[in-house]
Ligand binder design. Structure first.
Ligand code: ADP
Length: 397
């Protein structure tokens, strides 16, 4: 009996057929005496042994019942062990069965070929049965661990999907009652002169808190939407995106005196494009990335030092485009380089620098969904450079 785990049950910590035997071993060898000897010794040690005198018989046998491991002779007439191995490994039903080659040949090229054909291990004839047992046990352990790992991976993927779905539904559902609350607070605040000072102060707190909640929920919704909805990719002109972002931020730019320029004056002008290129991507999402990074570059300025922001784009040796957004702001301690890309992680207080702690995690998710990477280089007090990569239009189309 070949017991199979249902996808919703953890794999057994024992090999299949554990109740009856330590494992089912198919031995394939054209020499009957070797077959008998191996088979007897394995049975004595508690394994179920199945014999096959040729490659063809072995393939038929595997079709009837799947063994846990196969001991496969290389040199056989009609069909060599390599051919049998190739056929088994190219069939998804049998590809995961570990194959240990039995070989009389001790020279290296044969062993290399055994692995190239998809073999998992080999033993050299004449063999010691203890060595054969150890190698079988090793393969069975690996197989069990792999099965458990696959199961845990599947569970993890499922939980992640459920969690993302949950965040999406919650943030979506919270929006409407929150809008009503914000509307009502607005109406009450319009009549605030009727209230005493204390009540006006409390109203102000409520208005601020609901405004923050609105930002949090809308960022959370954006974040879970990226996971939830596949972006439609199109040819996107990053120059136009940048123009749109600058158009979206006139208040922040004017208030801080920020200067935003294209190109890094310290770099060779030949190696950088002053006009941002076109890429295959989702325009709405890429606008979000540029906007979040530029908003941060403006927001995390040092006191009384107007933000100087340089945006560059260079192609690397693989044709991948590397964008950078450099600022002269407060900088980031290298210890926090990874932390800031995680959801709700912030270093500064909301009082000093307002925000939700979701902007960079949104950028990371978008860039990764576009097949790129995002990272930061920075020195505290000296400014930061955020980098992200995107495949060039011709590579990604
Ligand atoms: P938010 O800006 O809403 O706080 P982000 O996810 O965009 O959230 O950023 C996370 C944290 O990373 C910020 O709170 C800040 O501590 C740090 N950070 C991001 N961009 C910069 C920057 N340009 N300069 C300095 N610190 C930054």
């Amino acid at each position: 009996m070949n017991r199979q785990n249902s996808p919703n049950q953890p794999p057994s910590s024992q090999a299949s057929d554990a109740a009856e035997s330590k494992g089912k071993v198919l031995i394939v060898d054209d020499i009957p005496i070797t077959l008998r000897m191996l088979s007897n010794m394995l049975k004595k040690r508690g394994y179920q042994a199945i014999n096959a005198v040729s490659g063809e018989v072995a393939l038929n046998q595997v079709n009837l019942e799947l063994p846990d491991v196969i001991l496969l002779d290389i040199m056989m007439p009609d069909m060599s062990g390599y051919e049998v191995c190739q056929q088994l490994k190219s069939n998804p039903k049998t590809a995961d069965i570990p194959i240990i080659f039995l070989t009389a040949v001790t020279d290296l090229p044969e062993k290399i070929q055994a692995f190239q054909m998809g073999g998992d291990d080999y033993v050299t004839k004449p063999f010691y049965i203890e060595e054969v047992i150890l190698r079988i046990e090793h393969q069975l352990t690996l197989k069990r661990q792999q099965k458990q790992l696959n199961y845990l991976n599947q569970q993890l993927r499922q939980s992640n999907e459920e969690l993302a779905q949950f965040a999406y539904v919650v943030s979506h559902e919270l929006q409407s009652p929150l809008q009503t609350m914000i509307g009502m607070i607005g109406l009450i605040s319009a009549k605030s002169q009727r209230f005493d000072r204390k009540t006006q102060k409390y109203l102000n707190y409520i208005a601020k808190a609901s405004d923050r909640m609105h930002h949090l929920i809308s960022d959370l919704l954006t974040y879970s939407r990226i996971e939830h909805i596949d972006p439609e990719l199109e040819l996107v002109d990053c120059q136009e995106i940048l123009a749109q972002v600058l158009h979206n931020l006139p208040g922040a730019i004017a208030e801080t005196g920020a200067v935003i320029s294209l190109g890094d004056p310290s770099l060779n002008p030949q190696s950088q494009s002053t006009i941002l290129p076109k890429v295959m991507g989702n325009a709405v999402q890429l606008e979000q990335v540029f906007q979040n990074l530029i908003e941060n570059a403006i927001k995390f300025a040092r006191p009384n030092i107007p933000p100087q922001i340089q945006i560059t784009c260079q192609a690397d040796a693989n044709g991948e485009l590397i964008f950078s957004i450099h600022d002269n702001g407060i900088g980031i301690d290298p210890a926090n380089f990874e932390l800031i890309f995680q959801v709700f992680q912030r270093i500064e207080t909301v009082k000093n620098y307002p925000g939700t702690g979701l902007g960079l995690s949104i950028c990371k998710k978008i860039i990764e969904r576009h097949g790129g990477k995002i990272w930061v280089e920075s020195e505290l007090g000296c400014g930061s450079t955020f980098y992200f990569t995107l495949p060039a239009a011709s590579n990604s189309s």
